[in-house]
Design a binder for this molecule. Structure first.
Ligand SMILES: Nc1ncnc2c1ncn2[C@@H]1O[C@H](COP(=O)(O)OP(=O)(O)O)[C@@H](O)[C@H]1O
Ligand SMILES: [Mg+2]
Length: 320
């Protein structure tokens, strides 16, 4: 196993009766922040539960922090913090005792757990509200309490399932910043499941994209975006000649007036463009890389998978 892999799996399969929820997943997740993306029903929550050893897999293998997901679930959960998708809090408990209790469940001594609960609640922005009952909390405060429960034992890996679900802009911002700080300053790893590309792009450098239980893409967002990189060129004079020159030399060009987008095919693309301009008698006034957004990338990946997706909204509504 590669040294810095935090989570890995080979042929990981989980069936619910005849329904294959995870289909032979070969996944490699490095330390740092990784987004687990995919429309509803893609298998994100199931994947998380399997790697935490909370549900039995049907076949395949998986490791988290070097531990076997089939036999060492207890140890995996000791060393990672899990923020589940759904409300897992006791409404009748005060936040401080809810968080302390989750530490005790992990085997922490009650005094240490209480001390840590104070720190964890402070960290997630609930220092002032720690003695309030969870039932009086907003969704944002409940999500923050869940994060504090996940952080109580200062785990090296935090697995958060839809952490910004149901949050207003302010609470969402705070949640995403807290996760980001945990990675950047805290040197912890985060796996964050979300159906919102924007959230993932803010916190994560890497993604794993699931689609109907299958792995659709994984790796650094930056590298994946290169799949769809274009060069934008602004020209002056003879734009249609230049377009013809570019197409004549086999380049993929889209032109709108004096602005062209040319598919990036390696470093030689830049000199090919300048050569075409010089042949056409056009002046190149501006030339820069145009990177796809994560949303564009989604569409390209889905297109390659042979699905007709009109927009990321369609994708996220689970139209597939
Ligand atoms: N306990 C279960 N029993 C049967 N099917 C399930 C169960 N949990 C999830 N599924 C199915 O597995 C698929 C993946 O679900 P899930 O992991 O919750 O997806 P996501 O978190 O990406 O929305 C869905 O088709 C869902 O209906
Ligand atoms: Mg889910």
């Amino acid at each position: 196993m590669v040294e810095d892999l935090v989570i890995s799996s080979t042929g990981l399969t989980k069936s619910y009766g005849p329904h294959v929820a995870l289909d032979a997943l070969d996944i490699e997740i490095k330390s740092g922040a990784t987004g687990l993306l995919g429309p509803n029903g893609a298998g994100k929550s199931t994947f998380i539960k399997t790697i935490l050893g909370l549900i039995q897999i049907t076949s395949g293998d998986g490791h988290v922090l070097g531990l076997d997901i089939r036999t060492q679930g207890d140890q995996i959960r000791q060393r990672s913090g899990y923020m589940p998708e759904y409300d897992a809090l006791n409404p009748n408990m005060e936040a401080i005792h809810q968080v302390r209790y989750s530490g005790e469940l992990l085997g922490m001594n009650p005094t240490v757990a209480l001390n840590r609960a104070h720190q964890a609640l402070e960290y997630v922005g609930l220092g002032e509200q720690r003695y309030r009952q969870v039932s009086t909390f907003s969704t944002g405060m409940k999500q923050a309490t869940k994060l504090a429960c996940a952080l109580i034992h200062d785990p090296e890996l935090i697995i958060a399932d839809e952490p910004s679900n149901g949050l207003d802009a302010h609470a969402r911002n705070f949640m995403l910043n807290t996760l980001q700080t945990t990675v950047d300053s805290g040197q912890r790893s985060v796996l964050m499941a979300s159906h919102l590309m924007e959230d993932v792009e803010r916190v994560c450098s890497d993604i794993v994209l699931l689609h109907k239980g299958k792995l659709a893409a994984q790796g650094r967002i930056e590298d994946l975006k290169a799949i769809d990189k274009e060069i934008e060129v602004h020209v002056w004079g003879h734009a249609s000649n230049m377009e013809a020159e570019l197409k004549g030399s086999g380049m993929d060009v889209r032109r709108e007036g004096r602005v062209m987008r040319i598919k990036h095919r390696g470093d030689e693309s830049y000199s090919d463009i300048l050569l075409a301009a010089s042949k056409a008698g056009s002046q190149v006034r501006r030339m820069h890389d145009h990177e796809a957004s994560l949303e564009d990338l989604f569409l390209v990946i889905m297109e390659r998978l042979g699905h007709e997706v009109k927009s990321s909204d369609d994708l996220l509504k689970g139209v597939l």
